[in-house]
Structures are given as C-alpha cells and as structure tokens.
Ligand binder design. Sequence first.
Ligand code: ATP
Ligand code: MG
Length: 632
Amino acid sequence: MSHKIQTLSGYFHEYQKSVLEPEAFWSRIAESFHWRKKWTKTLEWDFEGPNVKWFVNGKLNLTENIFERHLYTKGETPAIIWEPNNPDEPNRTLTYSELYRLTNQFCNALKAQGIGKGDRVIIYMPMVPEAAIAMLACARVGAIHSVVFAGFSASSLADRINDCQAKMVLTSDGNFRGQKQIEVKAVVDEALTKCTSVQKVIVLQRTHQPVNMVTNRDLWWHNAIDGQPYEFEAEEMDAEDMLFILYTSGSTGKPKGVVHTTGGYMVYSYYSFLNVFQYSQGDIYWCTADVGWITGHSYIVYGPLLAGATTLMFEGVPTHPHPGRFWEIVDKYKVNQFYTAPTAIRALQAYGLEPVEPYSLSSLKVIGSVGEPINEEAWHWYHDHIGKGNCPLVDTWWQTETGGIMISALAGITPNKPAHASLPLPGVQPVIVDAEGNELTGNNVEGNLCIKFPWPSMLRTTYGDHEKCKNVYFSTYKGMYFTGDGAKRDHDGYLRILGRVDDVINVSGHRMGTAEVENAINEHPKVVESAVVGFPHEVKGQGIYAFVICDMTGRTEESLKEEIKETVRKIIGPIAKPDIVQIVPGLPKTRSGKIMRRILRKVASKDLSNLGDTSTLLNPEVVDDIIKGAGL
Ligand code: ATP
Ligand code: MG
C-alpha cells in the first residue's frame, strides 16, 4: 500500500509533487497496475478541443487489475457483501475468486448474445451483486456500460437508450425497495416501444413477479449463464477506450452522457478511494449510494475492488423496516468506513436519536458525505451521533464528470472543518475565478470553481456530442474546466463549496450562496429541511425565497415564519433575511436525493410557463402542493 498517504506533511509533499511533475506522479501510481503494454506517453492534453489522453497507447483490461492481480493473495477475501432489502432474507458474500468466476461466466453469456467490444449495454437493475457482475463483465468483454438508476421512468430510460444506441438491456423482473415491490421489466418493455437499437434483454429473477417475455428478444439471466464456462480471457483495451457512459443526475436540466475511459479512471478511482477513506486491508467499507450514480460506480464497485477491499452493497432504503436500519447494518457487519449523502442524514436526523441508540457503531473509523453541501447542523449530528465525535468526517466534493473525489479531507489526516470539503486531492488543481475568469489567488476569496489541469479520471466527452462537452465545461472560462459550482477559500486556505453557481443569489449587490442561507434556516429547531432560491425583486435586484419543511407542533404558520426570518437575521445578518418563507410538505428532489432548485426558482418568480424536464423527479406530486401553497 505504498500509495497511501500517512500524514499531513506527507499529503503536502505528495501534493507538491503532483503539481510540479504531474506526469511522473501519475506514472508512478499507474505502474503498480498490470498493463498488457505500457503507455508511451503519460499525458497529452489541451482544454480547447477539449482533448485529454492519459497513458497514451497503454493496453490493459481494467478487470485484470481487480481479479488476476488480486487472486493469488485475496482469492478468499470477501469482495462484495450483500445485504438484502428484507433483513430476514439470507445475505450473500462473494469472495474475489467467486466474483471472478461469476463475472467470467456472465462474460461468456454476453458474448453468446452478440455483445463485444464497443457495444453499449444498458444496466437497469436493483442493488444486487449481479448489477456489479454486469458492470464488470461489460468491462471485461470491452462493452461500454451505461447504468440507469432503476427508479427512472420509461421515458427517461428510453431517452438514455436512444442517446447511446444501446444494443442490450440488462434488467430484473422487479425490485424490492422498502415495503414496495417495483416493476422493473414492465418499465423496460414500455421504454423499448420507443427504441429500435436494442436486440436483447437479459432479465434477472429477483422478485419472481410475473413479467412479459418477448420471444427472440428477452431471456432469463439464469438461462443465459446456464452451461457457460467460468473462464474468460479479458479483451485487450486501449487506455483511452470508453469504459462507461453515465448520464448526470439531471438537477440542472437535460442529462448529459458523460464518458469515462479505461486507464485514467482505473488509476484515479483506486487512488482516491484508498486515500480519502484510508482503507486498510481487512476493513469493511460501505457506501450507501446506488450503482446508478457515479458514487456507486467509483466507490461501490471500481475503486474498492481495484484496491482489493471488501465493499458492502445494500439493496434497501434507510428507513425499512425501521429508521435504524443503517445503524443496524453497521453493527451487523462491523462496518469501518461509512459513506452516505446529506439527504439521507437529514432524513434520519428527523427521527431523533431513538433509532440510533440501540447500536454501538463502535466499528466505525471513518464517515463520509457526498452529493450536496452538507449543512452544519447535519454535519454535527452525523459527526456527534454516528461518528461518536471520534471519526473523521470526509466531506467529498466531486461530480459525475470528475469520475472521482476531487476535494476532500483525507480521513484522519486533514483536520476536520464542518461543511468544508477542505483540500484538493493530489493531482487536482482547483482555482477560484471571478466572472471574467481571472484567477483569485490567496485566501478569503470566493467565486466560480474551475480546474486548470487535467486529472486522470476526468470526462473525455459527452457521448455523441463533443461540442456539448466543449460548450458546457470548457467554454465559460478559457483553458479551464468549469465545474458549475461556486466555492470559497477561507482564511485557512480550506475550500468550501457554496452550491451551484446558478444558485448564488445577489441581494442588493451582496452575493450569497443558497447553502449559507439554508444553513442558517436549519438552525431553527423546528426546521426539518429548507431550500432557498432567488427571485426578481424591484429594489434589491434579487430577493430571497425560502421553502421550508417544518415540524408545526406548538406553532402557528405565521409565528414560525417570523421566527425563521429572525433566525437568519441573527446568524448571517439583515441582508440575508428571507423576503418570503413558504412552509411546504416536501421539496422536489431528484432520484439521487438532491433538491431541484430550478423548479423552486420558477415558483418563486411566479413563472410556471416552462418547468423544464421533471422526468428525473422522485416526488413530482409535491410540485403541485408547492404551487398551490404559493398561491399560484
Ligand atoms: P446535473 O449535472 O445533471 O445537473 P448533478 O450535478 O446533480 O446533475 P452529479 O454529478 O451527481 O449530478 O452531482 C455533482 C454536483 O453535486 C456537484 O457539482 C455539486 O453541485 C454537488 N456536490 C457533490 N458533492 C458535494 C459536496 N461534498 N459538497 C457540495 N456539493 C457537492
Ligand atoms: Mg452537474
């Protein structure tokens, strides 16, 4: 484990090296992998094209670096531990050698059904080990997978299938989620009425609910693998061959097909996993994301397995059959590293401490957060009651496009600072720029977050539309990758993510991050969750509109609204006091649990003409309630 940073000075030392000699730095890490043929040039790049190539002409198969590389030493080590939705159903553990055999077997099944190098395969599956097997088998035969979260609607699924012209869909009959049994195959059937590229559908039997099987198109997973051998010679890939396409979660608009390639993604997902979570051999690591998100790709499947880790996969939801389920699982498997999203923390926090108390949580060494800025209240709750005040909390900032964690503390190494993502990982060169793209150097500055140098796991293009990639990410500021997020470098040089730039509010010339105002609102004891947006204001330019979920017991709506305004005034100042507070039953969320502020902005500005794409919403019904509540 020579790539694991051990101390803060070690981090600064590695960081220096990675900036002064990035090619030598990444070469050294890449050399520890198995390559069929070594690269001839470490990096080739320009951000105009953009054109970025890492490990040029290198040949490899990523899965050989999970299996062949680890089998001698880790054959009997658990690779995946699977906890089912229903705690009474038997769990499963797959060792590295079992996972290897099942992956090979499925490779042979894919080949038999006509899948080969370069074909696109959609994975629309529940959180079961077969989802990981499907991803790994695609990578091993050289097919490009695109995982679509199995809660998306038929039309969202069809859009993605058509965008990448997938040849195959891997799915299941149904899906257990909490108390619900969700139709999965039926959604695929509906989607496929709008798609012509798909030739075969392989269906895993999970719920045993009745489904319609289309002759010559659909076959059962168990039949597809029946009699297939457990050996498969991995396809040789170029370092820059596509590994996967992943459509972004769609918080801001139409999803984009982000493309990641083989060599750089492999090196970076491994390196970032090892260092951020400080994984040690024998640890049990658990990330609660779904494999349909980038977090599931990099930190349930690829990063941990490349590091020879044991990764836990959970099929269910945090509140089923009771709101202590997460903590029960932590104790059951003695989880050492636990990685989740602020939306889950806030949801569980709302149940109070009672569901936490029965569990010791003493195995935890590291806790992590990803997906949104974590508000200070949730940070402290998570840190104090789950981490028991002695686990480092890594607030990891990154994106589908970045492929891996970019800005984060390294657990136990970088000092913790609530709600600060803190410092960049080695090899990551973030800059804060003003509206004109001038780099703001020094501390105590705030602006738009860009990255000025390539890192191995960055997106290479958006599938089928390179212009889009250029326009969205590389045109706003010349020569830089623009993240779309705002950030602040504080007086200690620590980075704090302020939220999306589109969400920054400008009140009478004062720029404010929505996250900052929400933090203040959430300090009020009756507030469960809040979302703040700007709206056009005659005098101030923009006013502040707060949508707040509250516990109303013992309060009237009017008194609560005043108290909330007063809380913000006290914490930030009169300038941040919301002009309007609306108490709402829920907030519109994407299926990855992020608030869709775009819709709230429309409501706040009383403009319902074009609400945009809401197909990725988890709870579309709440939009009507909010519109009604706003008196529109
Ligand atoms: P779309 O790009 O389609 O609008 P999305 O941005 O929500 O969707 P993701 O790539 O899953 O899709 O999310 C990345 C974004 O999530 C980041 O740009 C940032 O706004 C937010 N984010 C992720 N982690 C953090 C974090 N630790 N702190 C603050 N914000 C975060
Ligand atoms: Mg995004």
